[in-house]
Design a protein around this ligand. Structure first.
Ligand SMILES: [Fe+2]
Length: 354
């Protein structure tokens, strides 16, 4: 496992030249392969932003929190152990590359391939190539799909627009995508989480009291079993097109009812050198000293999003960022039954052995 922060992003002209050129109309001109260096030089000097209104990203999650009068009486999560060890709150970037990640990326391409016009599409030139050769950076989202409807759609499940609802449906119904996600969790995420917990002195075994009739042996009354992890499933798929002036505002996830006993995971499928945007996280709650996580393709960032404010700057490039994020609650530190009052459409969870 490696931990790093504040890695400098290096702009790579040859890579950028594979992205589509910008268009003032918000509809990308295509022929990405033919995009000339001149077009990008122009974009660098005087960016014609295609996305200037609404949300920065399309997202497949409907999780949100609204005001609730009864929240002041909410006792909060009931946890057996208490707060997570402070080192579990550190931001860490670790490698996840391998067959599971490649299968998941291919599943994302296949999912977006049949997303429909409101979510987006690939330019004709990219559509001709096989899905394994298709670049997610070239995926195009219509500017109108990012329109925020909150004022006119109060109380609706997806007030931020129908494209989010379409994306959510695709994710929930895509068995291949979910199987690939589960495999990545088992093969690459859980081993990292286990080793970090163990390094912090958190035992992966727990003692469970048993009733008298279940007790076995002279020491009956307790049995040992593996600590449980609660994996948010499905994960949230996010698409941040550019060039855009829209950004993900600094926030902490306790605003949305997330608990101290959860660890956030964030992984990009697109190159940060091409999109020139990535996740930024503060070092301690309230410090606002945001630093780039430096996470890039083949890697995953773990961070404590419940307490540490985080943000994603505007994607000013002509490439699209696609990323996946989810959380894992740790038994003893996380209450699987608690839901913050006023929270709508909470995430489902898969239980795993830590
Ligand atoms: Fe967040």
């Amino acid at each position: 496992m490696t931990t790093r922060r504040g890695a400098a992003l290096v702009l790579s002209e040859p890579m950028l030249s594979r992205c589509r050129p910008t268009s003032p109309a918000g509809v990308t001109s295509v022929g990405a392969a033919a995009a000339s260096a001149a077009a990008f030089e122009m974009a660098e000097e005087e960016t014609a932003y295609a996305y200037t209104e609404g949300q920065a990203t399309l997202r497949s999650s409907a999780h949100r929190a609204v005001y609730s009068k009864t929240r002041k009486d909410d006792p909060g999560p009931r946890v057996v152990v208490g707060a997570l060890p402070s080192r579990m709150r550190d931001t860490a970037v670790f490698g996840v590359d391998g067959p599971a990640l490649r299968a998941l990326r291919a599943a994302v391409v296949n999912l977006l391939d049949r997303a429909g016009a409101d979510v987006g599409s690939w330019p004709a030139s990219a559509s001709a190539s096989s899905s394994s050769e298709r670049d997610l950076e070239d995926f195009v989202v219509p500017a109108a799909s990012l329109k925020d409807l909150r004022g006119s759609a109060r109380g609706k499940k997806f007030p931020r627009g129908p494209a989010n609802a379409t994306l959510a449906e695709l994710v929930v119904q895509d068995a291949a995508f979910l199987a690939a996600f589960d495999a990545l969790i088992d093969d690459a995420i859980l081993p990292n989480l286990r080793s970090r917990l163990a390094a912090c002195g958190v035992s992966l075994d727990v003692a469970e009291e048993t009733s008298a009739k279940d007790a076995v042996g002279a020491s009956g009354g307790t049995m040992r079993r593996r600590r449980v992890g609660y994996v948010q499933r499905p994960p949230t798929l996010r698409i941040q097109p550019g060039p855009s002036t829209r950004y993900v505002r600094p926030h902490s996830d306790d605003e949305y009812g997330h608990q101290d006993g959860e660890i956030n995971f964030w992984m990009p499928f697109t190159s940060s050198q091409r999109t020139r945007t990535t996740l930024w996280v503060e070092s301690e709650r309230g410090r606002e000293d945001y630093a780039e996580t430096g996470v890039d393709t083949g890697e995953c960032a773990a961070f404590h999003g419940t307490s540490k404010r985080h943000m994603v700057p505007a994607n000013e490039s002509a490439c699209t960022r696609v990323s996946l994020d989810f959380r894992i609650g740790v038994e003893g530190f996380y209450d699987p039954k608690w839901v913050m009052r006023g929270t709508k459409a909470d995430h489902d969870r898969r239980e795993v052995s830590l």
